[in-house]
Ligand binder design. Structure first.
Ligand code: NAP
Length: 526
């Protein structure tokens, strides 16, 4: 068992900051597990300076060294064993089954990045050789590839303590692309953060990596996150969390004297459209699947289906309302999420144009065990008021009733940016499905057919990120192979002698990469 000390970690040293106190709390029992203190500007400056120093050294590592390091990180996370699962369960209440699966996904993603680094193609090498005799002007030799950006600051989310945690996909993709990382630990699970640091510390030492490659600053203040984003040495930010938090950090980054990119993955309402024949022939089945998806993880998924769009069908509404009422109540991650859910629900359900289909009287004690809620509104109300498109983070879904298929299309056209949209349809609904998808792929990152949005497959063809407000940069993904390119940038080298070029661009092609050479893809040497 690793003994935890309620500390932060800067470049290989455990530190005890003296900032604002915050608590690790078990949401199931409300027991205080430990007391932590927030880092401040002293720790921010130390971590960023160490990251900058480590960057120079880390850039000298070849691709196999980085891949070996990442594989060791995954091994060390697994070596934390049951202590990691039990600690995270105590801090989040997510349960051992879910957390075991999330650990597998996290280590799988880290190892996938290692394989991509070892393979090397991700740098997108492109070579146009010189044409000294070209008239009227000679053509220079130009060679372009991706290189790391420099120190990356990462913010994890409360609802994915592993996959989007301290050493989750954002941290792993930034390291894989060749950058040092400074993590702002999520205050909802500081003990879990500390355990991840142990795994990272062992991997860094085992593989002889520079100590400043990774730091983790624990804290519960917006100031800490803001200072990290403002810091002159920070080159990019990876964020997973709420729209409010992501937007605040985007604004800070844009206001810097030297603005930097913030790759923020934020909330989403993930609309589910049900076409006419699908509703008529299997509305009950869709209702059951919807209830399971809405209640999964107590609705605390960025891909939770928060909106259902269909023509009116009382039977369907009742199946959904009854199913949600009968489903066991889950547990919320923390008091802040509980408070936000209560106030959002109160605001939406209190509107004249919204009906709560399965209302319950709530007592104060129930804040972390919320009811599973079905709400109903009209398409006209939904289209008229953007407030109805705001994410309610929890087990809540809003059924938007449309007069006809034309109005369903109008709703699809009025959607804000989302991570996903789903269409349930049969062969009879082909025209309606095509008309909906035409609108939906403009508004979302992933279009799903006859499924449900919860459950994000981790593979190279995954797109996890959609137009704002789902993400800050919809051209990128935070899951899958291409997540790495968020933390890299293109550089072109003009007329450099072969020996001064990075290996990926040298004539001999020592890594055997697939390169675009004079416009044609080839793995041959030049
Ligand atoms: P959160 O409250 O935004 O917290 C995320 C991190 O940002 C925390 O470290 C938080 O720490 C910091 N933060 C929040 N507001 C800040 C501000 N104004 N200035 C500086 N730092 C700030 O989000 P959460 O509760 O952890 O996560 C739930 C949300 O994440 C949901 O909306 C969910 O949909 C979304 N999510 C999205 C994805 C995705 O892939 N798109 C995945 C998972 C979750 P402090 O509070 O200490 O500042």
């Amino acid at each position: 068992m690793i003994k935890l000390h309620q500390k932060s970690y800067i470049a290989g040293e455990w530190v005890t900051p003296d900032g604002t106190e915050f608590l690790s709390i078990n949401p199931a029992t409300r027991e205080v597990l430990e007391t932590y203190h927030s880092c401040g500007s002293l720790e921010t400056n130390a971590a960023m300076a160490a990251a900058q120093a480590a960057f120079a050294e880390y850039r000298q590592c070849d691709k196999d060294q980085i891949a070996d390091f990442l594989n060791t990180v995954a091994d060390e996370i697994e070596a934390l064993g049951d202590q990691l699962l039990e600690t995270a369960d105590a801090e989040t209440g997510l349960g051992l089954v879910r957390l075991t699966g999330e650990r597998g996904r996290t280590c799988g993603q880290i190892r996938a990045f290692a394989a991509i680094v070892a393979e090397g193609h991700w740098v997108q090498a492109s070579i146009d050789t010189a044409q000294p005799d070209r008239t009227p002007l000679p053509k220079p030799d130009l060679r372009r590839m991706m290189i790391p950006v420099g120190p990356v600051v990462v913010f994890g989310a409360s609802n994915f303590p592993f996959a989007f945690g301290s050493v989750g996909g954002d941290t792993a993709s930034a390291l894989a692309a060749g950058n040092p990382v400074v993590v702002k630990g999520h205050p909802s699970h500081p003990l879990t953060n500390e355990l991840f640091v142990h795994a990272m510390d062992r991997a860094i030492n085992h593989r002889g990596m520079p100590s400043g490659l990774f730091s983790l600053l624990q804290g519960s203040t917006n100031e800490l996150g803001g200072d990290l984003v403002r810091h002159d040495q920070t080159r990019a930010v990876g964020f997973t969390g709420s729209l409010g938090g992501g937007r605040a950090l985007m604004d800070i980054a844009a206001a810097r004297p030297r603005p930097i990119p913030v790759y923020a993955e934020m909330g989403s309402i993930n609309p589910v459209f049900i076409a006419e024949d699908a509703m008529a022939t299997r509305g009950d089945e869709i209702a059951a699947g919807l209830v399971a998806s809405v209640t999964m993880g107590t609705g605390q998924f960025c891909t939770s289906p928060g909106v259902v769009v269909t023509t009116p069908n009382e039977g369907f509404n009742q199946w959904v309302a009854r199913g949600l009422s009968e489903a066991p109540r889950g547990l919320l991650l923390n008091e802040k999420i509980g408070e936000e859910l209560r106030s959002s629900l109160r605001a939406v359900a209190g509107r004249d144009d919204v009906e709560w289909l399965n209302p319950v009287e709530e007592s104060v004690e129930d804040t972390l065990a919320p009811p599973n809620c079905a709400l109903r509104t009209s398409a006209a109300a939904f289209v008229a008021d953007p407030a109805l498109q705001q994410e309610i983070f929890g087990p809540v879904t809003l059924i938007v009733e449309c007069d006809d298929t034309v109005e369903m299309k109008r709703v699809a056209g009025a959607l804000d940016g989302n991570l996903t949209a789903t269409v349930h349809a049969t062969a009879q609904d082909a025209d309606q499905a095509a008309a909906l998808i035409e609108h939906l792929d403009e508004a979302v990152g992933r279009v799903i057919y006859n499924g449900f949005p919860t459950g994000v497959e981790v593979c190279p063809s995954q797109q996890h990120g959609g137009p704002y407000p789902a993400s800050s940069a919809s051209a990128t993904t935070s899951v899958g192979a291409d997540a790495m390119v968020r933390f890299a940038r293109f550089v072109a080298y003009q007329d450099l002698p072969d020996a001064l070029l990075p290996p990926a661009l040298q004539n001999a092609n020592p890594y055997g990469l697939l390169r675009r050479v004079n416009g044609i893809y080839s793995d041959a040497s030049i």
